[in-house]
Design a protein around this ligand. Structure first.
Ligand code: FES
Ligand code: FES
Length: 1015
């Protein structure tokens, strides 16, 4: 093979970079179009597709062959294109998500026109405007049945994994048109979805396969409507962004390119604790292709950022303290990603290393180093109700136990990406995925020393967030680099950097002491919590406050005391993560509930019924629950569903059941493999054992604790009679856009596809506040509703005046406004209002009911969601392996605005809880990250998916939109303790440390057997 040096752009915007090229050309057919391209040594197929052909539907989630998001077909076989050498694709036929529908519809191959690749790469820099009008024509006309089924069945959430899922499924159906569920699971076993609607993905594939075999339309999913039906609200609706997410046209931040764009890389400290004594950037600056290298000295404004407390350095300066491995020391902008990375590696740093604080208990000890000036204590949080001493004196039984939970990572499939774009008028645009666009704006402006109005955040589609995209990551860095270079700058985290830098779920140590009467009435609960908030505050105080206030569970207990110490350590910062601290405390208290039930010889379900919060209860923080408490209904419905599926009465549910077909063990040496560490077998006993476990939970909706909780929304009717609803609130896959669209459709009496949704843009959308605490359906749902009502009132006035009728005589029906015999379309209404000098739009800022700070009594929160789950596990007593077979999840969500979206949330929540219990752990070693690749952080895949039954319970809350409360977090909270309680019920091993150590289960079983046989 001859090699010669050529001048060829690595990207179309970098003209002077020299690379060694093979004279070999690369010929390949992509989506029926033949391309002949220069071969670039080392190039991967994903880079060729994304960067040279601008086919950005193929996504990069890990770049290490772990997630499957980049799957394309090469000669009909699914391959992960992030590691597939482009050279190997020579002469082959490639199909990407963009080509699926056209291949299905035409199949003809043609030669690429000269400008085709460039045309494919037309830069798109959209706001996240989601138009549903394409739903006017049938999906089947433009989508492959698989794509259509994914949309119809609600398998699409954030959408980032979906191209990989669909391409893998397509390859399966090509070779097996009638797959079983097991065959689907096996085919998709390496394609991860963190939104994790795996059951719905399975059903979508089955529906598509059936349609392809029979020629019949895609079978619709069987999702019941809300019991509180309205015209639009409460029925199933398709996502307005669903089609773009299945056909590869959805644009996420890394899909954007701009003329003259530079690429950035941050130099990270990579030591957990020390003082930066020297930083030499000279070699990096001298590297050809480097345009800027900035350090802390170059920060024009405030040096620290943060969501509540500004304690997180934008960059650590010489003489300053490094507090975790992910601290930034310098940032580089260069003509290519490769050069930026080389330059970053050339930056030399020296440190005066300090002792490392590795956990929150150690951090509170006297004599340990203080990580921040004010010490290691971020916050001591206290909950007090009643009289603890009196409560425990009244108790007949007192139990006390300590539980541990590790650090967890969000592991959203889309890593963080930000692009800074300097504007000619001196302003700065930031393109990014953000859960709090207006907070990003504040933090960028502070660091630049600018007025906030000079910064615009243009939020892009997010490939998952789960709380992990609330803090700024690259936003400030790209703003600084773009300002200095006056060129667009992109900073894309690779998976390693993403794992290293962004805030995690708090590791906790939780001691619970619980006292009860013999009859099962709990009289006292005392908790002591330690939360590892890592190097910086992020939302640590808020998260650990929720962990503390919910630490006695959803129970009516007269005497409660909880103390929490949120401590700084030298681990990565911990912040928001779905469940917001309640995930950890629910594991502890729900384990204690089962321990108490056993001690009192009361069934676990019954113990919870006896103590469940109800209307009239007073919570731990002194709040009277006056409405909307569906906990008892959740308990009853899950209990009867368990009885129904298992055929067992309630009192038998929690006993272990040996699986009849599991083979009896033979003693060692009788033809079986040695079944135990000791070599002993258990004659006549099946090795697979099943049991159910049960757990309950509750979770506040909204910020609470006295924080003003507001959201703004604007609704406008256009001259063509369509509507737009706007709010900065974030869509990260959870389905807020469908909620907003449906609500406005309801209020304006139009079809949802008449309503476009625009979100996450600080110039174009009013402030919707943070997407956190399951608040958006409630607050932005209400803001959208009242904005639509305000517009309706304005239309009513216009019509009443025009036709000289009373306002009560105006009716809104099926897209027409009626006025006592007259009528107008919305298109006519919009023109009429403009002619009358009125703007056909309305802005509404909704403020949720006031709440009280912790410790002051009264309403700390304006609503709570309640959830109950039962999990059936099967345990292999030889190995300790735990399989979750079924999960039944009932959630009181107030009212189901979009039951299809709710289904996806519940499935994803359960899978996240399952990962929390069994597979996930973010491992640190003395301040260094061990789980620094996706391969080392095991999120559950489709093979681990149990059968998930979702039961929607609707106890409306008066102030919520149509009665709705949140669901995003509650559906994940009881899963882990339901699983660990089931493990105990099956084999008698109490799990008090997560994730479950399955080897430990086996060891305990064998040690117990050994003990029993010796006594
Ligand atoms: S990006 Fe290729 S497998 Fe994850
Ligand atoms: S839809 Fe699969 S990762 Fe979000």
């Amino acid at each position: 093979m001859r090699i010669k040096k050529l001048r060829v752009p690595v990207s179309p915007w970098f003209k002077d970079f020299e690379v060694i090229l093979m004279t070999n050309k690369l010929s390949l057919t992509v989506n029926n179009i033949k391309h002949t391209l220069a071969s670039i040594p080392g190039e991967t197929l994903s880079s060729l597709l994304r960067e040279r052909l601008r086919l950005t539907g193929t996504k990069i989630g890990c770049d290490e062959a772990e997630c499957g998001a980049c799957t394309v077909l090469v000669d009909g076989e699914p391959v992960v294109s992030c590691i597939y050498p482009a050279e190997r694709a020579d002469g082959k036929t490639i199909v990407t998500i963009e080509g699926l529908a056209s291949i299905a519809l035409s199949g003809a191959t043609r030669q690429a026109s000269a400008d085709e690749a460039q045309a494919l790469g037309a830069t798109s820099a959209p706001s996240a405007s989601l138009d549903a009008s394409h739903l006017d024509s049938p999906l089947s006309a433009r989508l492959h049945p698989l794509q259509e089924a994914f949309v119809e069945h609600g398998a699409v959430q954030c959408g980032f994994c979906i191209p990989g899922q669909i391409m893998t499924a397509y390859a399966l159906l090509e070779r097996n048109p009638n797959p079983t569920k097991d065959e689907i699971r096996f085919a998709l076993k390496d394609t991860l979805c963190r939104c994790a609607g795996y059951p719905t993905i399975e059903n979508s594939i089955l529906a598509a396969a059936e349609s392809l075999r029979t020629g019949e339309p895609i079978r619709k999913p069987n999702i019941p409507d809300s019991i509180h039906v309205h015209k639009s609200v409460g029925h199933t609706h398709l996502r307005p962004d669903g089609i773009e997410k299945v056909n590869g046209k959805a644009i996420y931040t890394d899909d954007l390119v701009f003329d003259g764009m530079l690429y950035a890389k941050a130099k990270r400290a990579m030591i957990p604790h020390g003082f930066l004594t020297k930083l030499d950037i000279s070699k990096a600056k001298a590297l050809k292709g480097v345009v800027a290298v900035l350090t802390a000295e170059d920060i024009p404004g405030e040096h620290n950022h943060g969501l509540v407390i500004f304690d997180w350095p934008v960059m650590v300066g010489v003489g300053e303290r490094v507090r975790y491995v992910g601290d930034a020391l310098a940032i580089v902008a260069a003509e290519s990603q490769e050069i930026a990375e080389q330059a970053s590696a050339l930056i030399e740093a020296e440190f005066d290393l300090q002792p490392v604080i590795t956990n929150p208990v150690q951090a509170r000890q006297a004599q340990v180093p203080q990580i921040h000036e004010k010490g290691n204590l971020l916050k001591h949080i206290k909950v007090r109700k009643g009289d603890m001493e009196k409560g425990f004196a009244e108790a007949d039984v007192i139990l006390e136990h300590t539980f541990h939970t590790p650090i967890y990572d969000h592991a959203f499939i889309e890593p963080e990406c930000s692009i800074g774009m300097p504007l000619p008028d001196g302003r700065m645009e930031i393109y990014c995925g953000s859960q709090i666009p207006y907070q990003d704006r504040t933090q960028v402006a502070r660091a630049l020393g600018w007025e906030e109005s000079r910064v615009r955040i243009v939020g892009q589609l997010m490939g998952g967030g789960f709380g992990g995209k609330e803090d700024v990551m690259g936003q400030i860095h790209v703003a600084m680099l773009a300002h200095v270079t006056q060129r667009p700058v992109k900073l894309l985290f690779d998976r390693h950097e993403s794992l290293l830098v962004h805030p995690k779920r708090h590791a906790t140590q939780i001691r619970v002491k619980i006292g009860a009467k013999k009859n099962g009435r709990i009289v006292a609960c005392e908790s002591e919590l330690y939360g590892d908030t890592g190097a910086y505050a992020s939302l640590g105080e808020k998260v650990m406050t929720r962990a503390t206030t919910h630490s006695a569970g959803p129970y009516d207990i007269e005497h409660v005391r909880a103390d929490c110490y949120a401590m700084y350590t030298n681990n990565p910062p911990a912040g928001a993560f779905r469940g917001f601290g309640v995930t950890q405390s629910a594991f502890a208290v729900e384990s204690m509930m089962d321990m108490l039930a056993e001690k009192l010889n009361i069934e676990p379900v019954e113990l919870r019924r006896m103590n469940a919060l109800h209307v009239g209860s007073i919570t731990n923080t002194g709040q009277e629950l006056r409405e909307s408490v569906g906990l008892m209904e959740c308990i009853d419905k899950v209990s009867s569903a368990m009885c129904q599926v298992s055929g067992l009465p309630e009192k038998e549910l929690f006993k272990p059941r040996v699986v009849p077909s599991s083979p009896a063990l033979l003693p060692s040496g009788e033809g079986s493999e040695s079944p135990s560490p000791s070599g002993r077998g258990v004659r006549g006993e099946g090795h697979l054992v099943r049991a159910w476990g049960f757990a309950a939970g509750y979770k506040n909706t909204g910020l609470g604790g006295g924080a003003p909780d507001k959201s703004g929304a604007e609704v406008e009717v256009y001259d063509n009679g369509t509507f737009e609803v706007r709010s900065s609130s974030a869509e990260m896959g959870q389905g807020l856009v469908t909620v907003m669209q449906t609500i406005v459709a309801e209020e304006m009496a139009v079809q949802p596809n008449q309503v476009r949704v625009l979100v996450m843009d600080t110039d174009l959308t009013p402030n919707g506040g943070p997407t956190t605490a399951s608040r958006q359906t409630y607050v932005t749902g209400n803001a959208s509703r009242y904005a639509a009502k305000t517009l309706r009132d304005a239309i009513t006035s216009t019509m009443a005046e025009k036709y000289d009728v009373r306002p009560e005589q105006i009716r809104f029906e099926n897209g027409i406004v009626h006025a006592n015999g007259y009528s107008m379309t919305y298109a006519e209404v919009a023109k009429e209002m403009k002619a009358a000098g009125q703007q056909p739009r309305a802005l509404y800022e909704y403020e949720a009911p006031k709440t009280q700070p912790l410790g002051t009594g009264g309403d700390m929160h304006f609503a709570f969601s309640f959830g109950v789950q039962a999990a059936e596990v099967e345990i292999n007593k030889l190995t300790g392996e735990v399989r979750v077979l079924r999960v039944i999840s009932a959630n009181d969500v107030g009212m189901a605005v979009n039951p299809l979206g709710l289904q996806g949330q519940v499935e994803g929540g359960v899978m996240m809880g399952l990962g929390n219990a069994l597979t996930e752990e973010f491992i640190m070693d003395n301040g260094y990250v061990v789980t620094d690749h996706l391969a080392r952080y095991r999120i559950p895949g489709i093979m681990l998916t149990p059968e998930i039954t979702s039961i929607i319970v609707e106890h409306p809350t008066a102030e919520g939109p149509y009665g709705a409360k949140g669901v995003g977090e509650i559906c994940s909270i009881p899963t882990t303790p339901a699983i660990t309680n089931a493990i105990y019920n099956a084999v008698g091993v109490r799990i008090d440390k997560l994730p479950v150590d399955q080897e430990l289960i086996a060891r305990e079983i064998w040690e117990r057997k050994a003990y029993n046989s010796d006594h």
